[in-house]
Design a protein around this ligand. Sequence first.
Ligand SMILES: *Cc1c(COP(=O)(O)O)cnc(C)c1O
Length: 396
Amino acid sequence: MIPSVLPTYNRAPLSFVKGEGSWLIDTEGRRFLDLCAGIATTSLGHANPDLVAALTEQANAVWHVSNLYTIPQQQKLADMLVENTFADTVFFTNSGTEACELAVKMARKHQHDAGHPEKTQILTFTGNFHGRSSAAIAASGTEKMAKGFEPLLPGFTILPFGDLDAVKAAANETTAAILIEPIQGEGGIRPLPDDQLKALREICDATGALLIFDEVQCGMGRTGRLFAHEWSGVTPDIMMVAKGIGGGFPLGAVMATEHAASGMVAGTHGSTYGGNPLGCAVGAKVMEIVTSDGFLDDVNRKAGMLRQKLEGLVAAHPDVFDHVRGQGLMLGLVCKPAVQAADVVKAGYAQEMLLVPAAENTVRLLPALTIGDDELAETVTRLDRAAASLDMTQPA
Ligand SMILES: *Cc1c(COP(=O)(O)O)cnc(C)c1O
């Protein structure tokens, strides 16, 4: 009999009843060290008092009014995002998937209104993840997500990750945009080298295509800069964000330059809940904290410390781990072929620690950006024990 919850997830047999910073407490009172953070979502920790206060204050005032009216909390958050980034304008969504939908629509509308209705094709890359809608699965290079759901939405060309020659060959007069994650999350914490991001920008400039970055997972302070692309100096025309931007409250956004967004006039897009007072009140508080003096410096300091400790862990368990990759507090432990990332995650549960598997046999570490130094030390202690438990189960 089908379960009452549609079984589209392989769930671990764990249920959490309370969160405190980097800790989740389960139904049996066990305290788990949370390096998953709702998959890079509760980026300021569980039950963050500032976020709880922002949410409850707004909840006591007004929850929902509709985008038929001006929403002050939405205006405030949009102003903060515009002030701190490349973007001139922002549309709020409830999720990353919805941000993907709008990013694609916006790029095509831009080309259409610029007198290029033939420019409809979106170039994307293997291993990308943009969500589960029809557009998002068509845009992803992953057969697992698309198989059985055909016909897929046309208009997407999937190119091999990291293959610039393939991009040069594919970019032509029909290309509307190139869509990429500066650091792939689900794809296994795979960063695209800066010179490749620069080359994509040049290809876009040469062909009139727009550059879309998906920073749903790598954005909002995760890599130690407000947005990951800032490390490369390459600026997109359109950017999708979600996950960490709401600190655990459902919130997403598409940010864009005036040039890219110029076709999106009244009536071209909408959302009932998008940009609601609750989400935007929390989002504004998240932005205030992440952009506050010294916050990202501290993320970078902690990231350096964690990375160094993880390098040591890899050296201590060469049969389990291959190498560390990623940036800031978005780190991946790539496992040796004989070890499954899912088994490392399971071994983590036995140490009361939450890790996330990803493609390419990678274990993701995506702790709250507010994680403490002592908790980072504890992370490595527990990882060491988890790895040791796997060392012992390896055949001699
Ligand atoms: C999670 C994710 C999405 C989808 O976001 P949802 O909020 O789950 O719809 C899109 N892109 C990337 C890079 C993601 O990590």
